[in-house]
Ligand binder design. Structure first.
Ligand code: SF4
Length: 324
């Protein structure tokens, strides 16, 4: 499993030694958990334990690390504007992927904005070179302070695309699945293509179905009288000020609203509250990817603005975490 990734083991060991760390807690995203025996082997000089908690991004690394000298957080890059404990070490993993130049084609566009999730970032300069050989240009932007690298995209941050939307003809996004590309297409209004790193297939993103489903949710929120506002306790998802602002706005629209603080957000934990719908200020993917799990009763902050008449109904935007 881990052989599909480039991991700088030497730097990890150096960093652990520099911190004089003996007891090390390891956080692994679900997709690479089968690699724990290789990690045991590579770091056999340290006293290791693995976290069994879910970990979705650098936004939810463990804060309570009592008893450990260091936390190795695999798979994500540090979010630069968060104050992590200095015990946390981020271990980035670049996936080994080959792009077949002979099949690489985005017809009809010349200036192409390039983005990738962290594990595919190394492909951006390669694709830029391919585009140059095709007489086109690949444009890579820095984005905001939530992003570590130029061209990086998170499911909650499309700023590396929005900042250059007027300088490009379209976007190409390399990620697993189409969530990031869909977010970029909606937030920029530009034609967007998704490159599937597993197959090399490039598909044009269709936002219509996504937006239709989200408006159905906005309609539910319009009819809601009691609204729960979810705030995450996770270091990079906690938007308490936004929740307070939303509460004021919702109450101003004649509805009732309460703020619910949560660590891991699950439908079971929310089951007994008397709300008609929830607004989720934590990871946007919870509302957008997992709506089914929440019985389609969960909206984003931007969607509640539409529902309560705070923003024009035809101005749909995706949720981004720009400030906490
Ligand atoms: S908030 Fe969600 S999309 Fe953003 S980094 Fe965390 S897990 Fe990823």
């Amino acid at each position: 499993m881990l052989e599909n990734y480039l991991i700088d083991w030497e730097s990890i060991v150096d960093e652990l030694k520099r911190k004089n760390a003996k007891k090390v807690l390891i956080e692994l995203p679900e997709g690479v958990r089968s690699g724990i025996f290789e990690i045991e082997e590579r770091l056999k000089d340290f006293d290791l334990a693995f976290s069994g908690e879910n970990v979705y991004g650098a936004c939810d690394t463990i804060n309570d690390m009592e008893g450990f000298d260091a936390v190795l957080h695999f798979g994500h890059s540090r979010i630069p504007n968060l104050n992590y404990s200095d015990k946390v070490i981020f271990v980035e993993m670049r996936r080994r992927v080959h792009i077949d130049e002979s099949k690489f084609e985005i017809p009809g566009f010349t200036r192409i904005g390039l983005l990738a999730t962290i594990q595919y970032l190394d492909l951006l300069p390669k694709i830029s070179d391919i585009l140059k050989r095709q007489g086109k240009s690949g444009i890579i932007s820095r984005g905001d302070e939530r992003l570590t690298y130029p061209g990086q995209v998170l499911g909650c941050d499309f700023s590396a695309a929005t900042m250059i939307k007027d300088k490009v003809d379209c976007f190409l996004v390399i990620a697993d699945g189409e969530f990031h590309a869909t977010g970029i297409a909606i937030s920029t209004g530009k034609e967007t293509f998704a490159l599937d790193p597993n197959t090399g297939i490039i598909r044009k993103i269709d936002t219509e179905t996504f937006i239709r489903k989200r408006y159905a949710m906005v309609e539910k929120a319009m009819n809601a009288k009691n609204i729960g506002i979810i705030v995450s306790k996770k270091i990079g998802q906690k938007r308490f000020n936004l929740a307070k602002f939303l509460k004021e706005k919702i109450e101003g629209s004649g509805r009732k609203a309460s703020i619910i603080m949560m660590d891991e957000i699950t439908p079971q934990k929310l089951a007994n509250f008397p709300f008609d719908i929830y607004v989720n200020t934590a990871c946007p993917r919870i509302s957008l990817d997992d709506a089914e799990l929440y019985d389609f009763k969960i909206v984003t902050p931007q969607e509640i603005y539409l529902a309560i008449g705070e923003k024009p109904l035809d101005k749909y935007t995706v949720d981004m975490i720009n400030e906490l």
